[in-house]
Design a protein around this ligand. Sequence first.
Ligand code: ADP
Length: 188
Amino acid sequence: MRLIILGPPGAGKGTQAARIAERLGIPAISTGDIFRANIKEQTELGRRVQDILASGGYVPDEVTNEIVEDRLSWDDATNGFLLDGYPRTSGQVDALDAMLARHDHALDAVIELEVDEEAVVERLLKRAETEGRADDTEDVIRERQAIYRKETAPLSEHYELVGLLVKVDGMGGVDEVTDRVIAALPHH
Ligand code: ADP
């Protein structure tokens, strides 16, 4: 299955993506994780995106699209994947469509985790205490929510129009949410 998971920062996308992908036997591909790994390793890409991530802004589409195209060409993604954190802009939606079309592939579904904004801000502040991510300060968290609302929330409308959107209640226990997502996916 070729899937996307959408939801605001703090919705639990990363956690759910890993669990859903494992159940379906496909890789979970997180652009945020790829960027953070590159920053940690101080690669050329890492140096380019470091300040952008720290501020909560988006990495330019050309950079992000290229990274995803490369990652989707790995053997483990031949039969499916779950994208987490991508696409995030309408330019990325178009780029992904073009990538898939070149291989005669199409998306099976777009999962949207629906959560309450205040609850997710609380979660992120908690994560800040345990993980100490550079973009988990309150100002940056608010900024990331605002950018999400402006840039990424419209994507769900697009996927709804093309009949791919599957909305799932993202509040509740981790297992509960995973089960809900699996139950809501199209059968294959
Ligand atoms: P969160 O969902 O909590 O915002 P992510 O790990 O998905 O965390 O993303 C962290 C940061 O990585 C984003 O704020 C952004 O700077 C960068 N990033 C990740 N994915 C993309 C993308 N598709 N396009 C542009 N920037 C991205």
